[in-house]
Design a protein around this ligand. Sequence first.
Ligand SMILES: [Zn+2]
Length: 643
Amino acid sequence: MYRSPRVFQASLPLLLAVFALPLGRAQKAPIEITVDLSDAPRKLFHADVDLPVMAGPISLTTPKWIPGHHMPNGPVEEITGVVFTANGQTLPWRRDDVDIYQFHLTIPQGVTTLHAHLDCIVTSRISQKMAAMEWETLLLYPANMPVRDIAIQPSVKVPAGWGVGTALTPVSSGSYPVPAAGAVTQFAVTNVEQLQDSPIITGQYFHEFPLAPEISPKHYIDVVADQPEDSNLRPSVLASMNNLVREADALYGSHHYLVYHFLLTLSDVAGGMGLEHGQSSDNGVGEKGFADDAHELREADLLPHEFTHSWNGKYRRPVGLYQPDFATAQQGALLWVYEGMTEYLGDVLSVRAGFETQAQYRDKLAQTAANLDYTPGREWRSTEDTAVAASVVQGARAWWNWKRGQDYYPEGELLWLDADTLIRKLSGDKKSLDDFQKIFLAKGGNTGPLIVTYGFDELVQDLNAVVPYDWATFLHDRIDKINPHADLAGIEQGGYKLVFKDKQSATQRTMAAAPGGRNSGTNCWFSIGLRVGGDGTISDVRWNGPADKAHLAPAEKIIAVNGQIYSAEALRSAIRDAKGNTEPIHLIVQADSFVSMIDLDYHDGERFPVMERVEGTPAYLDDITKPLTTPQKAPEEEKKAEE
Ligand SMILES: [Zn+2]
């Protein structure tokens, strides 16, 4: 049964009361929207929308602030071919002069249904073989109304033979998930808030796998891919997915969906994505993203992260990040919980589920912690400010280490590790952050899709319910204040310390070697203070580091190193050779159409972050990542164990 989401400050009586409210109170007939994705291979979506109306002026809108994006980037510029008709007549419209997402028109006397046709020119998440459709590309509904009060009935048409993955409830189960050729799949009436939260993926090479069948409600992973072999996920990936559902069930002790669909697209042309929804998540990785262990290691945290958002971000939402419409600005102040705690929990779950090992987790954590510690922008900007300014720090590249990017993700990871290990320490290892989740993320027990907002004080109150401590000061000190160094207390309380070695960790080497990796290029960040692309182009320079002092800048290109044409190995061996002597590293660098000689005075050799065990202290870091349930092994792993 569909349950309407409502929004309010958390309190149990209110939660219970809301379930008794009638649905769809503000509007009698639902909007009907039929999207036609048949033109997906040409990167076009179409929609026909029938809206119940009354005579007089009306303002319709498309979404501007998309939940989960944390910025006003609704794709209004791609919505085109907008034509309104009523009783067979075309009606004139005018865009709002200030809010360009709004269309104004006047409904003639006697008209009760307005028809709108619109097209969307799709620029991402689409290929010849698949498409991911987020509803903001085609939605149109009355402006200036809470979107949860607008009832809407969705239908979808897809290319013949293409499968459909979505958390929406089909009206006729026979036409879903692979509809008959030319069929329109109709879904149950919902509201605009929920519809926007329920994307559709469709593709020629489609697989739907049920997960952890003993757990209620039901979970599925729906996969579309550009190549037929990729959508049939490896048994080891499916084993980890089953484990993920069981581990999340054990960790959170509640759920806030009636069904959950992991939607996964595997394509080199459709682009990457990780977008949370209450009952599903839209996940996009490269064609081979889960085809072998090296690629899987790189994507290990994606599905656990987006799944965790169903609890942390969707169900529990910072009060400023929830708006009753998609027009009012969202406020990012608590993103270090929404994203930061999700980053922490997603990484922990990826180990508990078996996507990565404890050692790989520690190697990645060392890299995260070192990156933050070597981010000089922390000398002027607090972590909270990266969250408040979330809509303008996204995509920062040149000098990002001085500007700071979306640091509320990794800063949050270290913060919540600090809190977790501190709870373990204070409680004599009897309590952990898992206990906090069973309070904070489980208020009201199991629910359908629901948004319950919170503020800073509730976090403090719930942490105190686990272990009494001055949590307000703990959080303020780490989030609002200028901290020139990263919060490494969680690593130390966890029984490890961050050190630098002259060799990369095994995990860093594996991830760097996977083709098309995010880590391709050369990372000399902790030595000379440079990140360099495969062709020698400098992607960033560490503020105040040796390369900065030598006046190098992002976007310049290193042409030669110590008299040799640039290669990653030439640069790395020059760094090694300069160790312990006084001869600078000689570079020839191209900036725009000019070339110059640069001497880089650096003599400490290569430096890579790794984690080192502190013997004789509790290894909480390893306790934290132990599975709570008995993990399922893939058939090939079981066979290996028997041999
Ligand atoms: Zn996230």
